[in-house]
Design a protein around this ligand. Sequence first.
Ligand SMILES: Cc1cc2nc3c(=O)[nH]c(=O)nc-3n(C[C@H](O)[C@H](O)[C@H](O)COP(=O)(O)OP(=O)(O)OC[C@H]3O[C@@H](n4cnc5c(N)ncnc54)[C@H](O)[C@@H]3O)c2cc1C
Length: 412
Amino acid sequence: MTAPVVAAPVVRSLSSTRGTGAPTLVSAAVLTPEREQWRSLVRDLASSHVAPRSAGMDAAARFDPELLALLGDTGLLGIQVPRAYGGRGGDLLDVMIAIEELSRVDPAVGVLVDVQNALVAATLLRRGTGDQQRLHLPRLATGTVGAFALSEQDAGSDAFAMSTTALPDGDGYRLRGRKAWTSSAREAGLFIVFAQVRQEEGGTAPGRVTAFLVERDRPGLTVGEPARTLGLRASSTCDVVLDDVRVRQQDVLGEVGGGDLLAVEALDVGKIGIAAQLLGLAHGALDAAVAYARTRRQFGAPIATYQGVQFPLAQLAAELRGVRLLVHDAIALVDHPDPAERMCAAAAAKLLASQVAERAASQAVETLGGAGFTDAHPVERLYRDAKVGTIYEGTTNMQLRTIASVILGGAR
Ligand SMILES: Cc1cc2nc3c(=O)[nH]c(=O)nc-3n(C[C@H](O)[C@H](O)[C@H](O)COP(=O)(O)OP(=O)(O)OC[C@H]3O[C@@H](n4cnc5c(N)ncnc54)[C@H](O)[C@@H]3O)c2cc1C
């Protein structure tokens, strides 16, 4: 899976999917046989192993451990991790295809795979030392879940106003504080924790934001009860309490004081992952609406024959194509030397994906009529799952702020 991100177009017949279900909506720019194979592998796994579990995981607000083990066994927890470390040796587009296909069925599974690959493993690959990579990447690739602990109760959009501290202690530091909203924290075995390095408790000198690799079994680290959320219920979102957790110098990820830049860079990739998740969610909603519209009959004919049902779905199908191109554009720009370019591309993809996902889920509920308002159909869950797309990894206003700072000046 080492093909370039935008490979030469390979025109392939889509006739097998035409007229028999929801549109395939695959961009020709990335239709290589290898990509198609990867997409259908993940799609098959999603339909045979994720779909049957989704309603139950949502109702129980718990990720099925058997499914987690399966994700590890099939390489979905280490998509970009090199083969030498037990991963699949894929690239960022492979990650995004997997997130999209899983989210088409269950966005809660998509977000776990997103955080694992696009935030935690990707950051280790970009900024980890050789020793850090040798230690952690094989574990991530084979089942250790990763989490990204940046936000705090009083430091959300303004994340670097965090109060968690790292105080010097011998050849390392002691972490003290409470991170909030950490996705996958209940399942996680490895956390990237952000803290302010200070010389002393309560000192007035500004802290230096720094990222640390912290294993779950470090004494002093505890994970709170998952928040009870509107959607994405199978994905745990917890506080992570750090009560004098001892970390070593070699657990610093990147540079001391370089944690803010590292986080921004990581979130630029993470936002593309969220855009892919929301794209999958929107696609799943459209799949359900199309399938229902074809079979539901009113006034003596399938409702799909009425223009009032067709056109909103056609509009969404067009918008999905646009969002997919934005995701691919952001992937292509991820290593652009001008940070403003990659920030703007990631923010635009996430912003528009979140808007299309909300509309798609809402339209799907309407297309199913009363049935869509019940939990007998997955669109009810997708409708709840869609909302957080406008909040996490930067709210809608934060994406607009990023884009505004690029087009109006300030980011360069
Ligand atoms: C399900 C879920 C999972 C999450 N997972 C993670 C995770 O894994 N790791 C992690 O670190 N965090 C995670 N988060 C936290 C998430 O990133 C934050 O919720 C988000 O950044 C917003 O912060 P906040 O909730 O404190 O809202 P606030 O920052 O308080 O914002 C509230 C409102 O004010 C607006 N606002 C704030 N400042 C401005 C401004 N300057 N201009 C205009 N509008 C503004 C915002 O747009 C928003 O509408 C998660 C959150 C959720 C809900």
